[in-house]
Design a protein around this ligand. Structure first.
Ligand code: AMP
Ligand code: MG
Length: 491
């Protein structure tokens, strides 16, 4: 074999702990091979973080792995079992079109799940085909990486490959596989599954596993299970506040789509809000607005209550005491969330310290934005840049009054104007993944195989707090149309 055909070592370094858990938690299974895998996008910075060699991933042998046609050394693929409340209704779910290849240990010793999404049917597929379409996988790739760049905890995307197969949705679409990288794929729904169908010993094993995997460094109290509950609540309170602060609408906050690690997961019908409105919904199936922007904190608390319920047998042998402990922990969520959100909002307004009236300052801004249909991201962008004339409600009495209130507030803190502006720049993204721009980029990629727009968009989104001139074009709003932007679950 000529030297240049020697297979490169991609650097996969698996150590699979999930497969050592009780086997009722998963089904061991290989990916279903695909006819003609082709790499469409690869995430070099993420590959670097993972200690993977991009050149090797891009080779035929590397692509075969990303498509599920070959297994990397050390992988032990499995479909995870889980349950979940979908729009409030409890169902048995599980990886119906994804497989966990295993856990890769990075050069810094961090453990990452490597999952192939779209890898073929599993025992949990129900009536689904186990496959995914290129458009939605690219969408997950773009938005999850945009979230990461915003500094928000999220699963990430290593690569997307096309399979050479068409899949049938409303129309025929090109099939694709996304390689998803996550701190873990433990979900609230994983606990619900074990709580419903497993034994208390299995539940205990799972809880220990989750603790060691994600909270080993956290302070452990006497009751390990109560600590687990409290830590998950803490991380979700931080995460949801971040979503709200950037105007992210997840769209399908079912309990199976809420992680134990505190990462955002499952980029289905998600989208960023344009004009500020708590009732914002994008998902075509969320007809009642259960997962509307403004409902996300309450839904998170509801999901966490479902998580707490699964832990009851572990919290205390006396059920009513267990319930009391769980309720107390859950009731902390609202306070933690509000604390994080207020802290974030103060930073968005360049405020360093705390004053009682800050809440009314923030409320007044939001009600003005709502009344005049102001764009959420661009409002904070204009305030950051001092370009108030860009604001749709610049000429109104409400804005003048609010602006005075804000300036007076800033004058009452010790920090300089420059420090305050810097804080705003670091807290207000100059751009977000705008729906019309994401759509245009994906359309060019899927229809024409032209990735220029997508690369350019991702480049701009990779440093959202930079405020570079190249980012200006991404701050433009969609032309107003009669029909609101809709996202679909049929991914
Ligand atoms: P999601 O809407 O992606 O959170 O998926 C909800 C559930 O449906 C999960 O159990 C998925 O594995 C399953 N699912 C979604 N799409 C498919 C598909 N095409 N084939 C099989 N299962 C699927
Ligand atoms: Mg899901």
């Amino acid at each position: 074999m000529p030297i240049n055909e020697t297979p490169l070592n991609a650097g996969w370094n698996f150590d699979n702990s999930y497969v050592r858990l009780p086997d009722s938690l998963y089904t061991r299974l290989n990916p279903t091979p695909v006819p003609f895998p082709q790499l469409v996008v690869i995430n070099q910075p993420l590959a670097d973080t993972l200690g993977l060699n991009t050149k090797a991933l891009e080779s035929a042998a590397g692509i075969a792995i990303l498509a599920g046609n070959k297994l990397p050394e050390g992988a032990s693929p499995l479909a995870q079992a889980y349950a979940g409340h979908q729009f409030g209704h409890f169902n048995l779910l599980g990886d119906g079109r994804a497989l966990l290849l295993g856990e890769h240990i990075s050069p810094s010793g961090k453990r990452f799940d490597i999952q192939l999404k779209g890898s073929g049917p599993t025992p949990y597929s129900r009536s689904g085909d186990g496959r995914a379409a290129l458009g939605p996988m690219l969408r997950e790739y773009v938005i999850s990486e945009a979230m990461h760049a915003l500094g928000i905890a999220t699963t990430r995307s290593l690569a997307v490959v096309t399979t050479g197969e068409s899949i049938i949705r409303e129309t025929e679409l090109p099939g694709a596989i996304l390689s998803r990288v996550a701190a873990s794929h433990l979900r609230v729904g994983t606990f619900q599954y074990v709580s419903q169908w497993g034994t208390v010993e299995e539940l205990e094993t799972l809880a220990h596993y989750a603790w060691h995997r994600h909270f080993a460094e956290a302070e452990s109290h006497e009751n390990r299970y109560l600590s687990l509950l409290r830590e998950v609540i803490k991380r979700q309170a931080a995460l949801i506040a971040q979503w709200q602060l950037v105007g992210f609408v997840h769209g399908v906050m079912n309990t199976d789509n809420m992680t134990i690690s505190g990462e955002t997961i499952d980029y289905g019908p998600c989208a960023f809000m344009d004009a500020y409105d708590p009732a914002t919904v994008f998902s075509s199936i969320d007809t009642r607005g259960r997962y509307a922007y403004g409902n996300q904190p309450q839904i998170a608390a509801w999901n966490l209550a479902r998580f707490a319920e699964t832990l009851l047998p572990l919290l205390h042998t006396n059920e009513s005491q267990a319930i009391e402990m769980a309720e107390e922990a859950i009731s902390d969520f609202a306070e933690m969330y509000v604390h994080n959100w207020l802290k974030g909002m103060r930073a968005k307004l360049g405020i360093f310290n705390e004053e009682q009236q800050d809440e009314s300052l923030i409320d007044n801004l939001l009600s003005g934005m709502r009344k005049y249909g102001a764009d959420y991201t661009n409002t904070f962008r204009a305030l950051t840049l001092g370009k108030y004339e860009d604001l749709i409600w610049f000429e109104t009495a409400e804005f003048k009054q609010w602006h005075e209130q804000w300036q007076a507030r800033l004058a009452r803190q010790q920090q300089s104007t420059a420090a305050s502006q810097q804080l705003m720049q670091n807290s207000n993204p100059a751009i977000i993944a705008r729906n019309h721009q994401v759509e245009a980029a994906l359309e060019a990629a899927v229809q024409d195989g032209d990735f220029t727009l997508m690369r350019k968009l991702m480049d701009a989104l990779s440093n959202p707090y930079a405020y570079t001139p190249e980012q200006n074009e991404y701050a433009t709003l969609p032309e107003s149309t009669e029909t609101p932007y809709r996202t679909f679950c049929g991914t």
